[in-house]
Structures are given as structure tokens and as C-alpha cells.
Write a new protein. Structure first.
Lengths: 225, 162, 403
């Protein structure tokens, strides 16, 4: 009864003409929305367009796909940001490498996607990293033999996707071989990608982004230097 | 007259809200439960309609509703409701949030606008908008409760045998 | 094996057009509006919402109209629609103790705080067809001022504390937290069968979700089977409630919880016998039912089946269908069931041809065997496993044996 009486009193109080002084929104909402980076203006169509590019990128590994120009929060490439707006929602936990975890990016993703940020890479369905991230690809969820889909999709922000070709790709979605030049990857990467490929059907799928360009490297693609 | 039934936890089940948050929970719940026509009428009659931009355009989606095992135990997923949400930013950089059950974009937008206006000037819109809407909702609910009370029975156990 | 077939486009268009015509019926009769269905076919709307697993009375009414009143077809439409919407988030668990009561009865206690509130029930109607509805419409000849209306009482319904809490305070019934062994409910995210495939054994959260969206007829039959002795557990309807409950969400971007509206629900707390074990004292156990809308029968059946499915956890023998988790959960969804049954209507021309070929061959073999009956050894070579082998092989086997 005490609880209901308290609520009852509160109801009366709320019904009276005075309210608490006007709130500062910054103190009442979870995080500051001041200067929030805009999301999609037309979420349905823009996310469909980006999804189509992402699908092509993963089904034709090594090809460079371009998303339309649009603003992105500090620290995020436009393509990474648009991929996040397209793929993330309240049910897709996200891990952001500490170096990329700016307030602007975190606020924008929490607001527009409603996604939960997790502290452990292994809990994430999606991850946003730069090539020099601390750790290796096995720290992410790898999926299981029953459910290989339960692995992390890793978005890697690199310097450029059209550098002089250094890698040769083979595998599903590639007619013979495809040459790619990804700039800004440290020497750990070929080994990590080879290990990732060996885990099939488990392992992570990767999306490399640079500006508005993106390239897919699913777990089925073999990389030769 | 006991209002306890109709009032109990009308605004939130959370217990640790600060009074600012509790007030906001109160008016946001009132706006969500209000009739669209009443909100629209108040908006149309505003002497000066504020300019605003959408931080999030009105958007229709769903929320998974959870119940509790045995009413008070651990949660389970019961099923979904349709839900429309909207976030606006008024001139003065105040943000307003609207979350409304159902599929009315305009309802969510007006709920967000009035949330923003209440944050800016609750002493004007509180008595003029929120309080009457809340009273209307309470009256409707009380009417139902009074009808239910007419169907209250006392079953009498008959004495058996001689 | 499935083989694509082509053609029939025109015939299908015509079938749909005739369907629309049939659905509309005699055009000299006024068309039924969605609002009318929502208002005047409320229990059908509630069933579609409960089993469609989406609370939206207007959409459920629309689905019923479009489906000519076929509940399962309407549920299909609603389920299909829900897949087109993003799920923003999950609500906080509803606190049904705060329900604005419209109906509340207990079959276990006669006198209880808050009393027995019948609400708008069919329970005490005489089940006699009301020919005034047929002849003149509503009693009072449809003038709005004379329509039947309930004169409200001076008092509102009193507080209705949960009946099972009385028993709980005496320690005569298991705690609602019995399984976790915790003092507080475990509020971590429950399993969700719309996101992960159903896996056995299923936790109670997953079972309750499956039952809440399960077919009322199927659950009703299973519930009845437990009462007739197939998994008997001696039920009493401890409390049945109907009314509105607030739905509250805590959006990530807002940072606190807000109510988004109220929904009508039906709830049933079943009290069941439990004789105890070597280590546990006899006490009552619980079965729980909760459904969207005024769906009391569904909530009752759900509570009985929920209790039956707890057999394993309570150390009871699993001997009846209602206690068999896989049997119940795999078959309670009417879209799954009707989908697989209805797929038999699709072309199976190639499958059937292969069955025909097989049957002809088996018959031929049978004839050859029966005509050669004089030799008893001939029968011994005929095994069921041989049916996939070419019949010549059988002949050869036989010849070899005879040689």
C-alpha cells in the first residue's frame, strides 16, 4: 500500500500547476544530442542502396563499391558510418576499437541505430576498427559449426582501397583471381586473414572502408601476397 | 473514493527517477496516451507554432513486449506492439522525444514537439495541455473501473444437507 | 523433390478477382468497415493479435476483413506484416500487478481482497440465440440513447492483490522465482524464438513465448487432455484477470523509461498439486498464462500446458503429449502447422510420378512372388529393404539361390 500511496501523492503533485524548473535536455537524456551528426534523411531508400553495395561487395570480394557522399561523425569514414546506419539496430551489439570511440560517433550510432556498445569484441555482432587495432581477428566471435552466422562482421577503416595491387584474391565470387591494393594494413594482416580463412565455416567477414569506398573480404576469400 | 487502482504506477515502474525525470516521465506518458485530435487541436491553437527540425523523422516499428513468469517472476517475450517514434529539435536547441503505441506518425511527432515545449516551458503547457489530457485519461479509466465495480459479486456458499 | 511449374497466371488472377468478389458478398448488403470489425468482433480481433503476436487492433481487424474472417489466414497476414517492421527495442517487463482491472475472479478463494469482479463475461449467459439481434439489431432499436449501457457504480474497483501471493506468504506454493533460486527475478534478456531457432530442452521463458503465440485450439485440446488424465496435475484457477497494463520502454537514446501506452491482456495463475519429493515438502505449484486482448480461454489453456511442460523440472514422469516439450512446442504454432499441411496443395507431380513407378514395380514383384508360391524359398529373399533395387536384381538373387 505504501508504494501506491506514494504514487498517488505524486499524481496529485503532478496534477498541480507547478512543475520542476525547465530541464536541461543534456542532463535528462542519456547523452548530448548537441551537434549530433545526421543519419539518413530517407532511411528506407538510403539503407537499401547501401545494403545493395554491401551485398555486392561481399559477393564479389575485392571489388571496390562506392556509397554516396554524406557527412560522417569525427573519426568515422563515410562508408563505415553508412554501413553502420544500414546494418545496426537495437539487436546488434557493436564493438568500437578504443582509438575510434569518439563521442560524436558513439552518440550518433546510439541515437540513430539504438545499438548497444559492448566492451568485449567477442560479444559484438559488428565491430569497427582501424588496421592497427590491439589484438587479432580471433578475438571476435567466430560462430560455431551449427551457427557459423553467429560471428562478428568487422568493418576496418583503411587509408585507401585503390593503392598499387599487392594482394591476389581467390575464392567464391572471383573468376580466377582478383588483384587488390589496400593501403594502411600492417604486416600482421596477411597471416590473420589466412588463419581466418582456414577456420571456415567459422571465422569473421570483413568490410574495408576508405572514405566512401568499401570492399568486402568474406571468410571464404583466400589472400596471396 | 480510491484512485489507487487507476493511478498505481501510472507514469513509470522505475523507482529511482530524479524528480525532473519523474516529471518528464509523467508528461510523456500523458502525451502517449492522449487522443491525436486533442493534441492536434492544441497545436493548431498555439499563438506561435515553434519552428523545428526532425532529428529523427516519425518512424513506425515495433517493441517486443515482455511479461513476467507468474506475473512477478523472470521475464519472457509475450509478443510485439506497433510503436511509432520521433525526435525533434526546437529553435532553442531543445530536443523533444515522442514514443507512442500504434502507427500514427503525427501522434509521435506531436508528442515529441510537446515534450520539447514542456522542457522549455512547462508552467505554460503543463496546466493548459498536460493536466487536462491526464484528467481525461483518468476519467476514461475510472469510468471503466466503475463499470467493473458493478459486476462485483459475493458468492455465497450454500449449506449442504440437513 | 520440387520442380518449378509455369503458367496459370491468368487463372490465378481470375481466382483472386473472384475471391475479392466472394469476400465482399452481396453488394446490396452494406460493406463491413474495419472499424466495425474492431469494435464489434473484438474477440476475433484479440485472437488474431494474440496468435499473430502483434498487438495492433486496427491491423488485426483489417486482416480479418481481408481474410473473410478466417482467423488463421488473418494471423498469417499479421505475421507477414510484422516482418516488414524494424523492432526498435524490447519493453521493460510488464507489471501485471498494476493492471487496471476489468475482470478478476478466483476459483480457489470465495472471499478475497478486491472481491470477485465478473467483467464483461459470457460465463453466465444462457447460450440461447438472441433473435432480437437478428430481427431488429440491438435491443432498444439502435437509437444510440437507448442502447444497452452499464450504469457505472459510485465506487471504482478496489485494489486486487495477487491471489497467489497469499499462498506464497504462507509458503504453501512455490515462489514465482522457484527456478532461479534467486531472491530477485532474473531480468536479463529472455530467449526469443523469433530470433533464434527453437532448441530443446527449452527454458520456461521460451516455452511461454511459444505458448503465448500458439494456436488456441491446439492448446485447449492439450489442456483438456491433462484434465482427462494425460498428465494430470489437479488444477485450480487461482486467479484470472483481464484489463489494461501499461507498456514501458527505456530507449537507449533517452536514458530513462517512458510509458508508450496501454494494452489489454488476459492473465491466468493456475494452482496445481505437487506431492513433493524425498527432499521437498508437498506444496502447490504454478502454471501461468498471459495473452493479448480478452483471450481468457487461451490464458487458461496456456497456464495448464505451461504447468504440464514443467514435468521434467519437477521430477514428474513425462508420459503424456502435453508434457512432451518437443511435441507441444514444435506443433503449437498454427502458421507452421497450416503451412506444412497446406503445402500438400502445391504441385508434387514429379514426386507422385516416382511413387507411381515404385508402386508398379512392387506390384509386379508381388505378382511374380505370388505366382511362384509353390517354392517356399522364394519368399525368404523378399525383404522390405529391397524396394529400391532394380527388380532384375531380385530375380537374379532368386536364381542364384535356386541354383
Amino acid at each position: 500500500m505504501t508504494a501506491t500511496n506514494e504514487t498517488h501523492l505524486f499524481a496529485m503533485q503532478a496534477l498541480s500547476t507547478t512543475f520542476s524548473p525547465a530541464l536541461s535536455p543534456a542532463t535528462s537524456t542519456a547523452f548530448s544530442l548537441a551537434g549530433l551528426c545526421a543519419g539518413f534523411d530517407d532511411p528506407v531508400h538510403q539503407s537499401q542502396q547501401v545494403f545493395r553495395r554491401a551485398l555486392t561487395a561481399l559477393s564479389e570480394p575485392g571489388t571496390v563499391q562506392n556509397v554516396p557522399e554524406s557527412p560522417a561523425p569525427e573519426g568515422a569514414h563515410s562508408a563505415s558510418y553508412q554501413l553502420c546506419l544500414t546494418l545496426l539496430d537495437a539487436e546488434t551489439p557493436l564493438w568500437i576499437a578504443p582509438a575510434l570511440r569518439t563521442d560524436a560517433l558513439v552518440s550518433a550510432l546510439r541515437f540513430h541505430c539504438g545499438c548497444r556498445l559492448v566492451d568485449e569484441p567477442g560479444q559484438a555482432e559488428f565491430a569497427l576498427i582501424s588496421p592497427d587495432f590491439d589484438g587479432d581477428l580471433t578475438h571476435f566471435a567466430q560462430g560455431s559449426h551449427e551457427y557459423p552466422d553467429r560471428s562478428t562482421t568487422v568493418i576496418v577503416q583503411v587509408e585507401s582501397l585503390d593503392a598499387a595491387s599487392t594482394w591476389t584474391l581467390r575464392g567464391p565470387g572471383i573468376d580466377g583471381i582478383r588483384k587488390v591494393g589496400i593501403a594502411g594494413l600492417d604486416p600482421r594482416w596477411p597471416g590473420m586473414l589466412a588463419d581466418n580463412c582456414r577456420q571456415f565455416p567459422c571465422g569473421v567477414d570483413l568490410m574495408f572502408t576508405a572514405g566512401t569506398a568499401l570492399m568486402g573480404l568474406p571468410r571464404t576469400t583466400r589472400v596471396e601476397i | 473514493m480510491t484512485h489507487a487502482q487507476a493511478f498505481s504506477q501510472s507514469f513509470s515502474q522505475t523507482k529511482d527517477s530524479t524528480s525532473e525525470v519523474a516529471d518528464r516521465q509523467y508528461w510523456m506518458s500523458v502525451l502517449a496516451r492522449a487522443d491525436l485530435s486533442d493534441l492536434e487541436a492544441y497545436w493548431q491553437n498555439l499563438p506561435l507554432q515553434p519552428t523545428f527540425r526532425h532529428l529523427r523523422k516519425p518512424e513506425i516499428g515495433m517493441a517486443m513486449v515482455r511479461g513476467r513468469t507468474g506475473g512477478t517472476g523472470s521475464p519472457f517475450n509475450l509478443g510485439e506492439i506497433t510503436l511509432t517514434r520521433c525526435v525533434v529539435e526546437l529553435d532553442g536547441n531543445t530536443q523533444g522525444f515522442g514514443y507512442v503505441r500504434g502507427r500514427s506518425r503525427r501522434h509521435a511527432e506531436l508528442a515529441a514537439l510537446f515534450d520539447g515545449l514542456m522542457c522549455e516551458n512547462c508552467n505554460e503547457h503543463g496546466p493548459a495541455l498536460i493536466q487536462p489530457l491526464h484528467e481525461q485519461w483518468l476519467a476514461r479509466r475510472e469510468e471503466v473501473s466503475r463499470k467493473a465495480a458493478t459486476t462485483k459479486v459475493n458468492f455465497m456458499t450454500m449449506v449442504r444437507g440437513s | 523433390m520440387y520442380v518449378a511449374v509455369k503458367g496459370g497466371e491468368k487463372a490465378i488472377d481470375q481466382a483472386h478477382s473472384w475471391l475479392d468478389e466472394t469476400r465482399r458478398g452481396d453488394t446490396s448488403i452494406p460493406e463491413l468497415s474495419v472499424a466495425q470489425i474492431r469494435q464489434q468482433m473484438g474477440l476475433a480481433v484479440d485472437r488474431v493479435m494474440a496468435e499473430g503476436s502483434l498487438y495492433d487492433p486496427e491491423l488485426a481487424a483489417l486482416a480479418l476483413k481481408q481474410a473473410s474472417g478466417d482467423a488463421i489466414e488473418a494471423i498469417f497476414l499479421l505475421r507477414a506484416y510484422r516482418t516488414t517492421l524494424p523492432r526498435f527495442l524490447a519493453s521493460l517487463p510488464m507489471e501485471t500487478n498494476t493492471m487496471a482491472i476489468q475482470r478478476r475472479i478466483s476459483a480457489a478463494y470465495k472471499d478475497l481482497p478486491g472481491g470477485q469482479v465478473l467483467g464483461p463475461t459470457y460465463d453466465y449467459t444462457h447460450r440461447l440465440l438472441d433473435f432480437t439481434l437478428l430481427a431488429n439489431g440491438e435491443r432498444g432499436n439502435s437509437s444510440p440513447s437507448t442502447l444497452p449501457s452499464t450504469q457505472p457504480s459510485d465506487e471504482t474497483v478496489e485494489d486486487c492483490p495477487r491471489v497467489l501471493d497469499f499462498l506464497n506468504s504462507e509458503g504453501l506454493i512455490e515462489s514465482p522465482l522457484a527456478n532461479s533460486g534467486d531472491l530477485q527475478p532474473d531480468d536479463s534478456a529472455p530467449a526469443d524464438l523469433t530470433r533464434q531457432p527453437l532448441d530443446y530442452p527449452a527454458g520456461r521463458d521460451l516455452r511461454l513465448q511459444a505458448l503465448a503465440r500458439g494456436d488456441e485450439g491446439f492448446l485447449l485440446a492439450l489442456a483438456y487432455s491433462t484434465q482427462r488424465g494425460y498428465g494430470r496435475n489437479h488444477p485450480f484457477a487461482g486467479e484470472i484477470r483481464q484489463g489494461e497494463v501499461a507498456v514501458e520502454i527505456a530507449p537507449e537514446e533517452l536514458g530513462f523509461a517512458v510509458i508508450v501506452g496501454d494494452i489489454q491482456v488476459s492473465e491466468c495463475d493456475m494452482i496445481n498439486q505437487f506431492i513433493g519429493t524425498a527432499t521437498e515438502a508437498p506444496r502447490f505449484t504454478r502454471g501461468y498464462g498471459l495473452a493479448f486482448g480478452n483471450s481468457e480461454r487461451k490464458a487458461l489453456a496456456m497456464a495448464l500446458v505451461d504447468r504440464a511442460l514443467r514435468a521434467r523440472e519437477l521430477g514428474e514422469d513425462v508420459v503424456s503429449p502435453a508434457q512432451d516439450e518437443e511435441f507441444v512446442l514444435a506443433h503449437c504454432d498454427n502458421l507452421d502447422s497450416s503451412g506444412f499441411v497446406s503445402h500438400l496443395k502445391l504441385p508434387h507431380y514429379v514426386d507422385f510420378q516416382s511413387e507411381l513407378v515404385l508402386l508398379r514395380r512392387l506390384r509386379k514383384e508381388f505378382e511374380q512372388r505370388t505366382s511362384g508360391r509353390q517354392d517356399p524359398k522364394a519368399n525368404t529373399t523378399s525383404k522390405p529393404g529391397n524396394q529400391d533395387e532394380p527388380s532384375m536384381d531380385n530375380e537374379q538373387h532368386r536364381e542364384v539361390k535356386q541354383a
